[in-house]
Each structure stands twice: as C-alpha cells, then as structure tokens.
Write a protein that binds this ligand. Structure first.
Ligand code: AMP
Ligand code: ZN
Ligand code: FE
Ligand code: FE
Length: 283
C-alpha cells in the first residue's frame, strides 16, 4: 500500500536489527508514507532517523514503546510526540533501562548454569546504550548454536515459563500514561489483546487509562487475537479512543513486515494534533 502509515517499529537502539538509518531505508523501500520509530524505553534513535529521512518524502513520527508492569504482566505503552527532554521521562526511562540491564544479567547467569553462554556473548549482540532485552540474549543463544533463530529461542529458553525468566522494574500502565501526557505526548496501548490471560486488562482499567489521557488502542497488530480485536474495537467506541494499526517491525529479528498493519490518515492527523511535546519530521 503506497503511502501507508506504520506507527510501531524498532531499530538497533533497542531490539530491532537495523540501525535507524537502515530502518528508514527499509521504510522508504516498503513505500510507507509515514512511520513512527518506537524503540523500547529510548529516544536515542530519533535524530539519526530524522537525518536519514531527509529528502525521502517519508514522514517520521518520534515515538517510544514504554515498558510498564500490570501485576505479573509486562504491558507496552506506545508514546508519540512527547518532549524527549522531559525530566520525568528521562529519569524513568533511565531507571527502566538500568533495570533491564541488571535483569538481563540475572537471566544470563541462570542460563549459564545449563548452557555455554556468557555475559560477553550478550554484550557482543548489542552496542553501547542499547535498551537490552531478551532478543539480545536470543541472538547470543543463536550464535552459540543453542537455538536456530530468535523466535525459537523465545519459544524455548527465553519463554516466560522456560525457567530462566526474570522481571524488571517498570511503572504501572496508569503511571505510564500520566508520564507521557505530562511530557506533551499521546499514549497508545500496544498490542493489548495478545494471547495469554496475564496481559488482559479489564474494561474498567482501560476506562481509567482513557480518563488519564490515553489516545488510542493498537488494535491492528499481528499478535492480537481476532476475538480480542473485536473487544478492543468495542472498548474504543465506549471510551472514545482511537484505533491504530502497525507492524512492530524488528528488522530481520521477527517475521513482522513494514506496512503489514496500518493506521488511517485521519487517526494520524488526530495524533499529531494531540502530541505537542515534539514535532513530526516532514522530509
Ligand atoms: P523483553 O522486553 O526483554 O522481555 O523482550 C520482549 C521483546 O522481545 C519484545 O519487544 C518482542 O518484540 C520481542 N519478542 C517477543 N517474542 C519474540 C519472538 N518470538 N521472536 C522475536 N522477538 C520476540
Ligand atoms: Zn521489541
Ligand atoms: Fe511490544
Ligand atoms: Fe514493539
């Protein structure tokens, strides 16, 4: 779909495999009209993405995928067009990244008791300042021959029931929405209907997030179940939330392809009107 709008992508600043520059090239090659860079808990890729988009005709929406914890579940909150220098956001994302680093070390220590794997192996799969996650451990496991690819590593050793899982610090989804709104941004609940009961939020809680300024729900995402999407569409209507769709592209780290799910121009216009903490990059 030429000119398509894809509001959820990752670069190697977090757990995508492409640098922001390569990611922008991929987006141009895929014929996107607009895309959002939404690395986990980091805005470090924004400037490189803007520079790479210069002259291409691609619009880049600055964003992030904020980690939050909802009980035992890890819930992702997309954040768009917020002020990247907002002190509370800067402090909170630094705390989350530090927590992720320590958590990755704990996971690796556990795995190393059973498999040939070192912390250095994992560091070799990331660069300085990268938001570390299980995908980097997966890449190290693949390189060591313990799994054929990232997805297989996630299905086995890195699965949350695989025996090596560890949690990490993150704010609650409500705190996440409040942080993003206070920084002038527009929050969107990422893939809220994935399989697994631990991720399901009840209607009243989504209503609370809406009251706190949630902008939308990422309905069109490959990990949402069909029944879940129906429920989300009804909830969006009930609480006056917008509906987005996106690929969650991770380069070659996941099968997700740019533009496989998209957002309408009408919703993008509303998003740009809502997010006042930073501006889209119009090339
Ligand atoms: P973490 O944040 O460290 O718990 O790792 C979760 C991240 O890994 C998410 O951003 C997912 O996009 C990515 N991920 C989850 N499942 C898979 C999978 N099967 N294959 C590749 N990446 C995955
Ligand atoms: Zn990811
Ligand atoms: Fe996510
Ligand atoms: Fe994501």
């Amino acid at each position: 779909m030429p000119g398509a709008i894809d509001l959820h992508t990752h670069s190697a600043v977090s757990d995508g495999t492409q640098t922001p520059t390569q990611l922008i090239r991929d987006a141009v090659a895929a014929g996107l009209g607009a895309m959002a860079l939404t690395d986990h808990d980091s805005t470090a890729g924004w400037q490189e993405a803007f520079a790479a988009a210069s002259g291409t005709g691609l619009t880049v929406i600055p964003g992030m995928e904020l980690s939050t914890n909802y009980g035992a579940a890890s819930v992702h909150m997309l954040a768009y067009l917020f002020d990247p220098l907002n002190a509370a956001i800067v402090a909170e994302t630094a705390r989350i990244r530090e927590g992720r680093l320590q958590r990755a070390e704990r996971i690796v220590k556990k795995i190393a008791a059973d498999y040939d794997l070192s912390w250095e192996d994992v560091l070799a799969e990331s660069s300085d300042g990268t938001t570390l996650g299980r995908p980097h451990i997966a890449d190290a496991l693949v390189r060591k021959g313990h799994a054929p690819n990232r997805s297989a590593a996630f299905e086995s050793i890195l699965h949350w029931r695989g025996g090596y899982y560890e949690k990490y610090y993150a704010p609650s989804p409500l705190e996440g929405v409040q942080l993003i709104v206070a920084a002038g941004g527009a929050p969107v609940l990422a893939h809220p209907a994935t399989r697994g009961k631990y991720r399901q939020m009840d209607d009243a809680f989504i209503g609370k997030l809406a009251e706190a300024g949630l902008f939308g729900l990422e309905v069109h995402h490959r990990d949402n179940t069909e029944a879940g999407k129906k429920r989300l569409i009804a909830l969006a209507k009930k609480f006056g939330l917008e509906i987005t769709g996106a690929s969650d592209y991770h380069g070659v780290g996941k099968p997700n392809q740019l533009g496989e799910n998209t957002t309408t121009q009408d919703v993008l216009d509303k998003l740009v009107a809502r997010g006042t903490g930073s501006k889209p990059y119009f090339s």
